[in-house]
Write a protein that binds this ligand. Structure first.
Ligand code: IMP
Length: 204
């Protein structure tokens, strides 16, 4: 089954491809860019939660293409900031997708707080004809006082997962994929996908 990944973020797509490759499911992931080319649409994230945004993106792409779709909406939730930036993680500093400005703002805001505990949360949503389900993955950790590492993307260079000494941006992708929020959501979604593909979902 060909599944469209509802994202124009190449980092996310690479991570999801690596995660789903390890489950040997009979699926082929197609990126939005390879489907639409340079005119690949950017779906507005108008939802109030990660769950809503994941659903909005999956549904919009399914309606455009009639292909099965997986979407990903991810947020960084900081405990001392009432779990913000959360759903507005991509536009925390104002401009959508300015990762550097977002990281700098968060490091600045956290100079006023002692508790630096945070978590990444990913919601993956699968949608196809007459079927729609989602899965969540959480990775707990702390926000560093300064950036470290040049791998990964987004907030990776200021996040150290619990039990680790390096930020996600200091790890290679296979190490991040062994513990990340996205990988945990991917495991859950893969179980449901596997059941669906073999005709057992939603009865399992
Ligand atoms: P979205 O899911 O594309 O809306 O991403 C929300 C924000 O979180 C963006 O600023 C991304 O760069 C960031 N982000 C998403 N996933 C990750 C991740 O795995 N590591 C670090 N930052 C991420």
């Amino acid at each position: 089954m060909k599944i469209l990944i509802a994202s124009n973020n190449r980092h996310k797509i690479e991570e999801l491809a690596g995660i789903f490759a390890s489950f040997s499911l009979p699926i082929e992931l197609i990126s939005q860019k390879s489907y639409f080319g340079e005119d690949s649409p950017e779906i507005d994230e108008t939802g109030a939660t990660l769950e809503e945004n994941a659903f909005i993106k999956a549904k919009a792409l399914f309606e455009m293409t009639q292909m099965p779709v997986i979407s990903d909406d991810t947020g960084l939730e900081v405990y001392s900031l009432n779990m913000s930036p959360g759903v507005i993680s991509a536009r925390y500093a104002g401009e959508h997708g300015n990762d550097k400005a977002n990281r700098e703002k968060l490091l600045h805001v956290l100079t006023m707080h002692d508790n630096r505990k945070a978590r990444f949360r990913t919601v993956l949503h699968f949608i196809s004809h007459d079927i729609s389900f989602s899965a969540q993955g959480i990775c707990e950790g702390v926000i560093t006082k300064e950036e470290a590492g040049d791998k990964g993307f987004g907030y990776d260079s200021i996040f150290i997962p619990d039990g680790e000494e390096q930020t996600f941006a200091e790890m290679d992708s296979s190490r991040k994929n062994a513990m990340s929020h996205r990988a945990k959501a991917g495991i859950q979604l893969s179980k449901a996908l596997s059941a669906f593909l073999s005709g057992r979902y939603p009865h399992d």
